[in-house]
Design a protein around this ligand. Sequence first.
Ligand code: ATP
Ligand code: MG
Length: 494
Amino acid sequence: MVDPLLIAQGTTPLYLLPQMANRHGLVAGATGTGKTVTLQVMAEAFSRIGVPVFAADIKGDLSGISRPGTDNPKIAERVKKLKLGDFAFAGCPVTFWDVFGEQGHPVRATISEMGPLLLGRLLNLNDTQEGVLTLVFKIADDHQLLLLDMKDLQAMLQYVGDHAKEFQTQYGNISAASIGAIQRGLLGLQQQGADKFFGEPALNLDDLLQTDSQGHGVVNILAADKLYQSPKVYATFLLWMLTSLFERLPEVGDPEKPKLVFFFDEAHLLFADLPKVIEDKVVQVVRLIRSKGVGVYFVTQNPLDVPETVLGQLGNRVQHALRAFAPRDQKAVRAAADTFRGNPKVDAQKVITELAVGEALVSFLDEKGTPEMVERALVCPPHSQIGPITPEQRHQLMQSSIVAGVYDTPVDRESAFEVLKSRTGMQSPTPAVPGQPPASPPWYANIPGMSGGGRRGDNVLDAMAKSAARAMGSSVGRQIVRGVLGSLLGGSKR
Ligand SMILES: Nc1ncnc2c1ncn2[C@@H]1O[C@H](COP(=O)(O)OP(=O)(O)OP(=O)(O)O)[C@@H](O)[C@H]1O
Ligand SMILES: [Mg+2]
């Protein structure tokens, strides 16, 4: 049995039970009420019991979790109030990530891994356009053209557009207007700098599931200040992570502690303008990922920003103060109060508006999975530093991190763009039979020196064939993923 995690203290200490931590959670409250510090306190607690954490850091103020805190009167006061006799400052092992590769190790995914459905959402495609994008992926798969980065997809779109007539018999109608819309969408993404995200080396999700030599879970912090400027990219990116984790991790049932805990800050962005079909699928992923041992904690200002179907799945709750000036605020206060299991000693609705900074209404799940009665409580002080670290400190941590050097240099291997570019004359596409080797030459056939015999050639060919097999292996793998994601995310659209 893993020790319970002390998070806050009301009339009694309030513990988050590790075996219930995969039943998800919510941290809500108006701006400046203590959400980030609460997240920090929870993340630290998970790290201490060896659970890795992933959290997006929108304001840069979560980076302090990497360093021990320092004495200050406010912390001292809280320690005293909560009678935390053995309180000691400590930092957590941290890996910094950054889609833009500036404030952390670059996080990348291949176009193929992102898949047509999420990409379609990112590009604001309508059903018809998304259908065409899906076909383009299928054609690439059938012809073993790897879609790794943005230019692969662009080349593929161009290629399919140019040969739309020939593809028509096998794949159906491919409208030039849809191809054009996708191309324009891609340009837009590129202008937001999102093209950096697509390519290799792609993130190996295992790298998020690390512990250090003391058995403490690594806290993965995604620098999201810049990413946050493009809310849709931010939301899609996190959705991609969640679904990839879901695909990747095996079923574990109800583990004694989670495999990973995922904090989703500014969670309202995930649900803003989300088409109903996708929202339903997000709800489904959130529900199902529990049995993979992943706990998802949504952090947001207003609990009403999270759809009710998702809210209903968030078992562990910390509600910081809400203001109640406007009618919508009052509605939020009532809604937030009503979601708690009532406590005759606590007038939740009234208390929510009175809570001090770092104080909250708290209810965690008990060992049977039932919500505890709501308590008014003071959140524990964090053991690590409150607020950001310096750029120098960040740089140092990046250099000594467990993934230093793994992702820092992009790799641009032979893929759709290179193959299509080198195909002079672009012969008409040969129909491919799914599951069969394509009639067209394999992608490495275009590499100079690949056709000759000779020992050196053999070795290279051998290596190339292996890498092709690997690539195919992963592309087949991705196809399955897309299939699953398709059923999860695509719904019955087609
Ligand atoms: N549990 C706590 N222990 C000690 N100090 C706290 C605690 N919670 C909050 N504070 C103090 O309150 C300040 C604001 O908290 P925090 O940054 O967590 O608010 P927030 O709700 O995340 O705000 P925003 O919406 O602006 O992101 C912190 O910088 C810290 O000084
Ligand atoms: Mg905050």
